[in-house]
Design a protein around this ligand. Structure first.
Ligand code: COA
Length: 261
């Protein structure tokens, strides 16, 4: 496992810590692979009852690494016959299908997949200063992780429109009020608070927890289908002039200009 994702198990809780603070915990392919491996490990180890995901250095995650996006967009078009699942796809499949509960600890900024993965987490806790933003359209992209299905169901089409079409950033209280977050805790109490909840859950009857999670989330087929549809559009957009302009603008530290596209 890369040291950009740390993993440890204690008291039945498998904690995955995203650890790339100098890049605001932006996720590279290797990091998605490590997170997917961590969830697979938790799924298969009977000693693990709960998986917790958190970040270091005051960020949860700034989302997909934009240099990785640029590199993927520059690759020749795949013939589609590859049997190798992309790390991000494996990660999204893992979070959306794991039978053991996922607890997220949003300890700072959550951007892009940092927001959409939360829709698959069974309990989400945020620090007071946490922020949430899904700027897919700002980047010339579309939402992923079946969030185009799950977010409007959770918050309604109008608020989903503000989050996804405008890429509006919201704070932790608003995220809680719209149901994306279970509770907001003071920043300095977040780690211990989530640890306590995760241990509480880990001590409960494991089959009852697993069956209950399964009953609460009974729409795997629909989710997989939406992820595939989002993935097709996302992959095509990654190669577009819109994405080239948006990512170029980010690294050149200037506003994107879509006026001529
Ligand atoms: N991919 C690659 N690098 C990223 C990144 C990302 N998603 N997010 C942040 N970084 C890097 C920055 O390039 C910068 O690197 P540098 O120090 O080598 O210049 C470093 O992390 C710190 O980021 P910075 O932008 O200086 O911090 P900030 O506090 O001013 O802003 C963000 C933080 C997250 C708001 C801003 O970095 C941002 O908008 N990042 C892009 C988020 C994004 O669009 N993610 C994809 C969603 S689909």
């Amino acid at each position: 496992m890369t040291d950009l994702v740390l993993a440890e198990t204690a008291h039945g809780v498998h904690t995955l810590t995203i650890n790339r603070p100098d890049k605001k915990n932006a996720l590279t392919e290797a990091m998605y692979a490590a997170l997917a491996d961590g969830i697979a490990h938790a799924e298969s180890d009977p000693a693990v009852r709960v998986t917790r995901i958190r970040g270091t250095g005051g960020s949860f995650t700034a989302g997909n690494d934009l240099a990785d996006f640029a590199a993927q967009g520059a690759k020749p078009v795949s013939t589609g016959d590859s049997k190798v699942e992309a790390p991000v796809t494996r990660f999204l499949r893992a979070v959306s299908t794991t039978e053991k509960p996922l607890v997220a600890q949003v300890n700072g900024l959550a951007v892009g997949v940092g927001v959409t993965m939360l829709l698959h987490c069974d309990l989400v806790y945020a620090g007071e200063s946490a922020t949430f933003q899904a700027p897919f359209v700002n980047l010339g992209l579309v939402p992923e992780a079946a969030s185009s299905l799950l977010l409007p169901r959770l918050v309604g089409l109008q608020r989903a429109g503000e989050l996804f079409l405008l890429g509006r950033k919201i704070g932790s209280a608003e995220a809680r009020d719209m149901g994306l977050v279970a509770q907001v805790l003071p920043d300095d109490a977040l780690d211990a608070g989530v640890e306590a909840v995760a241990r509480e859950l880990a001590a409960k009857a494991p089959n009852a927890v697993r069956f209950t999670k399964g009953l609460l989330r009974k729409n795997h087929g629909e989710i997989a289908e939406r992820m595939a549809e989002e993935g097709r559009i996302f992959a095509a957009q990654l190669r577009s002039a819109e994405v080239k302009e948006a990512i170029g603008a980010f690294f050149e530290k200037r506003p994107a200009d879509f006026s001529k596209l």
